[in-house]
Write a protein that binds this ligand. Structure first.
Ligand code: NAD
Length: 512
């Protein structure tokens, strides 16, 4: 049986706070680099054994793990509510989505990693196979905004692919991760298959530098760069799930009621602290005013704070300060505030804020705000909307609302982002078969889907000669006229005189 979470060698501890009250709700060890290295070494032993188990055996253990997590759903929701500040409804939604990924990864791993026979091309006497093998030990570094759902998108997929995991949660939400570690220790037969190390940036940096086989990082672009630099020391590959500045485009013929309802949810769920939050809205000139009215109407129906609130406390004072700064910057540059605003911020609560008259010169339209703000910009055409949507270094999610779905799909395809929802927001995050990830400053690599399983594998290519043939290219023993034959082959196969498929030509030459 594994230990749940080891004590730190330096004896130091980190406090976790309830953002709505500022009260300490628990403490965890601050693991040192030596502690992290020791956890990775233990994980290496677990990985060796776990990787040799059948897919079915691993799926059975992951199913037991999922069921044990589900049995503690109330505790997870409570911790999500208290550590992160999100309302209970959103906390349970997060638990449900996280469990969906454990189930999906366990069920899909065998098929996603099935060996693939591929064409042997000109070497028609070969069998060519691609196989996917576990990497070994995966270091997972997580954020605070979705502290269960987000890291589980790496943890479950890495385990299902046959790896062991060392997970470093955010210093703002460590108690939840410790609970995951406790359940893992009780559920998995192998000790140290899924371990948690706790601490702030230094512990994360130690994990990025440790002897892991991949680092799966979720967090800000700035930290992602640091992780990549640290991992480069050992040429450890990295998966980076970073921030976003997701655009939403509303066409003239869109269903405005649906678009406004979705916009308000997409921008305000988790108090806007989602990497795939709607952060910018571009609305066709003809329907701009009507759309804004509907958004305001939806926002006015929401409650901030309290047990039945739609928006909870912001997770950290630092995030409140960023949002305040973006609002003040926008107002100073001419934005109009319809609801909320910087003056309405009280402690860790920010009232949902609708802004119009915004431009790309404002931080609220260029930097990740990560708060309950809906900046709406009028556009003269869909082309202008696409141009503005792509005027960003980020490229995570996006959404398009249009009456004609083929138009919506076409607009979506032109947005430079990893994911697009058509006539909905965030839909891609709720579909476990869809790979999740971004481009540009939003990172690279994918979690979720078959791609998210193969992300935690190494590819092995095997070329097996199944029949011997007289013309063996991998030999120095060649006929005297071989050079001449090759010249002919190059011309026929790849030059102007293409007369046959590679395989046909090969068979013709072989039969000579
Ligand atoms: P952050 O970058 O501040 O921290 C993320 C994690 O990195 C934490 O665990 C932190 O302790 C650790 N860390 C800090 N310094 C480190 C270092 N030098 N080396 C290694 N690890 C270090 O991010 P955050 O504020 O916790 O999370 C919010 C950000 O995460 C937002 O930008 C959000 O958009 C992004 N995010 C992205 C996704 C996605 O899937 N793309 C999902 C959720 C959140």
């Amino acid at each position: 049986m594994a230990t749940t979470i080891s004590t730190a060698t330096n004896g130091e501890r980190l406090s976790s706070y309830d953002p709505s009250t500022g009260q300490v709700i628990g403490t965890v060890p601050i693991h040192t680099a030596a502690d992290v290295d020791a956890a990775v070494a233990r994980a290496r032993v677990a990985a060796q054994s776990w990787s040799t188990r059948s897919f079915q055996a691993r799926a059975e253990e992951l199913t037991a793990f999922r069921k044990a997590l589900a049995a503690h759903a109330d505790e997870f929701a409570d911790l999500l509510h208290r550590e992160n500040g999100k309302p209970m409804l959103e906390a349970y939604t997060e638990v449900m989505m996280a469990l969906g990924h454990v189930q999906h990864a366990a069920a899909r791993a065998e098929e996603a990693m099935a060996p693939k026979k591929v064409s042997a091309g000109i070497l028609a006497n070969f069998r060519a196979t691609v196989t996917y093998l576990p990497l070994g030990v995966i270091g997972v570094i997580g954020p605070w905004n979705y502290p269960l759902f987000t890291p589980m998108g790496s943890i479950a997929y890495a385990l299902a692919a046959g790896n062991a995991v060392v997970f470093k949660p955010s210093e703002l939400t460590p108690l939840l991760a410790v609970k995951v570690a406790e359940i893992a220790a009780k559920t998995f037969a192998l000790a140290d298959l899924l371990q948690v190390v706790t601490g702030a940036g230094a512990t994360g940096a130690a994990l990025a530098k440790a002897a892991v086989d991949k680092v799966a990082f979720t967090g800000s672009a700035a930290t992602g760069k640091r992780v990549m630099i640290a991992a480069a020391e050992r040429l450890t590959p990295v998966l980076l799930e970073l921030g976003g500045k997701d655009p939403m485009i509303v066409a003239e013929d869109a269903d405005l009621d649906k678009a406004a309802e979705a916009c308000v949810y997409g921008a305000l769920t988790n108090a806007g602290q989602a990497c795939i939050s709607v952060e910018r809205v571009y609305v066709a000139d003809a329907v701009h005013d009507k759309f804004v009215d509907k958004v305001i109407e939806n926002v006015r129906a929401l409650k901030t704070g309290g047990d039945d609130g739609h928006l909870g406390a912001m997770t950290s004072p630092a995030q409140v300060a960023i949002v305040k700064n973006h609002l003040e910057d926008a107002v100073a540059k001419g934005a109009k505030v319809h609801t909320g605003g910087a003056e309405a911020i009280s402690g860790s609560y920010i009232q949902p804020t609708v802004l119009t008259n915004v431009t790309h010169q404002m931080k609220v339209m260029s930097d990740e705000t990560f708060g309950p703000v809906i900046p709406i910009q009028r556009v003269a055409s869909l082309d202008e909307a696409v141009k503005l949507a792509n005027d960003t270094t980020f490229g995570l999610g996006s959404s398009v609302f249009a009456g004609k779905s083929e138009v919506a799909r076409e607009i979506g395809a032109r947005i430079r982002a990893g994911m697009t929802s058509v006539n909905s927001v965030m839909g891609f995050a709720g579909i476990p078969s869809l790979p999740f990830g971004g481009v540009g400053d939003s990172g690279f690599g994918r979690i979720h889907g078959d791609e998210g399983i193969r992300e935690f594998t190494r590819i092995k290519s095997t070329a097996e000669q199944v029949v011997s043939i007289p013309m063996n290219m991998m030999s120095f023993r060649q006929p005297k006229d071989m050079t001449k034959r090759l010249k002919g082959m190059i011309k026929q196969l790849y030059g102007d005189g293409v007369v046959a498929k590679a395989g046909d030509l090969f068979r013709k030459l072989r039969s000579r």
